[in-house]
Design a protein around this ligand. Structure first.
Ligand code: PMP
Length: 368
């Protein structure tokens, strides 16, 4: 089953598959963007052509996610990882506590950033269960008057995902790096959402921030310029040169999702895709073991192990031979991980599911 341009099925956790139509559009625009006489890569971030790209990108994202007007939308640099420091540096003042719910490796890193800045509290840490589960966020005990509550909607490495937006008492900050745009979200439940671009949106190089104006008012009047949310907002995230190419590709992805009918449809397709793989795991009579508890299985990162290291190596080798690329699990969890973000084709999940069934049959029969 050959793919356009002889592409492989790319299960990489990020940077990851982008829609072929978006890549084709970028290719068409590459040397001369809509008559501008230059590539988007070559144009000034303060010129008219780029102004239009930036404005449309933001408008399309607002339409796609239903972002209320009292929220700022910005693309910053430094990856989602910079937000692990920047967030507490601005929003965790002395004498206050920030609460961090830890459901995997990224939440832990976010916590470590905050611990360098101020006082933190951890209402839930899934470490004892190897981060295979997520709690009921609304049932946890938080610090009264917490500066903010932080959680990670989808843990990319462990493959556990919260299934809905929580309603919490304090300003809620969410790292949505690996599942933003995978389903509709009620933005008004959050004080701040942030997400690296390189999974569901575009190439690496930009971090999307959706920041409520009310929350912004808690930031200090001034701080180091590149770490200053207020300054970035005041300069429409163009205090310095933004990652223009990355933002342009994100814009193409947003337009593409809008053309396909928006996020409800995206969610349905994602659930169908993930289901194919979880069925292969559940139907394997224990040959494959899913890492995540069923109730919090991710539709973005499907994590599973095989009976032995040797079989895992063989599985990965044979999968690669079948043009199923990037299935090796993160070193901290082991086994395999199939990252099947929005742009990953359903056909690729069908091919992998069939491959998994066949592999299990062959190796169970061989008595390994
Ligand atoms: N949070 C999550 C949930 C992630 O998956 C990642 C990257 N895989 C990060 C944060 C860090 O992102 P970046 O590499 O853009 O700093």
């Amino acid at each position: 089953m050959s793919q356009p341009y002889d592409r492989v099925f790319n299960f990489s956790a990020g940077p990851s598959t982008l829609p072929v139509e978006v890549l084709e559009q970028a290719q068409k625009d590459f040397l001369n963007y809509q008559g501008a006489g230059m590539s988007v890569m070559e144009m000034s971030h303060r010129g008219g052509a780029y102004d239009k790209i930036a404005a449309k990108t933001e408008a399309d994202l607002r339409a796609l996610m239903g972002i209320p007007e009292n929220y700022h939308v910005m693309f910053l640099q430094g990856g989602a990882s910079l937000q692990f420091s920047m967030l507490p540096m601005s929003f965790l003042p002395e004498g206050r506590t920030a609460d961090y719910v830890i459901t995997g490796a990224w939440g832990k890193k976010a916590l470590e950033g905050a611990q360098l800045v101020g006082k933190t509290h951890v209402p839930f840490d899934g470490k004892a269960g190897h981060y295979s589960d997520v709690p009921d966020l609304e049932g946890l005990t938080y610090t009264p008057d917490a500066a903010y509550l932080h959680f990670t909607s989808n843990e990319t490495i462990q493959g556990v995902q919260f299934q809905s937006d929580p309603t919490l008492g304090a300003p809620t900050v969410c790292d949505m790096s690996s599942d933003i745009l995978c389903r509709p979200v009620d933005v008004s439940k959050y004080a701040m959402i942030y997400a690296g671009a390189q999974k569901n949106m575009g190439p690496s190089g930009a971090t999307l921030l959706i920041l409520s104006d009310a929350f912004l008012q808690n930031a200090p009047e001034s701080t180091h310029p590149m770490l200053d949310y207020r300054l970035q907002v005041a300069n429409e995230a163009r205090y310095n040169t933004p990652p223009t190419w990355c933002i342009y590709i994100c814009g193409l992805v947003y337009a593409h999702l809008l053309e396909r009918g928006g996020l409800e449809g995206v969610q349905k397709r994602n659930e169908e895709k993930a289901q194919l793989l979880y069925q292969a795991i559940d139907g394997s009579e224990g040959f494959y073991k899913g890492h995540a508890e069923k109730a919090c299985r991710s539709t973005m990162n499907v994590t599973f192990t095989l009976p032995s290291e040797e079989l895992t190596e063989l599985f990965l080798k044979e999968a690669k031979g079948a043009r199923l690329d990037g299935l090796k699990g993160h070193r901290s969890v082991g086994g395999c991980r199939a990252s099947i973000y929005n742009a990953f084709p359903k056909e690729g999940c069908e091919v992998l599911a069939e491959f998994m069934v066949r592999f299990a049959q062959n190796h169970r029969l061989a008595g390994v």
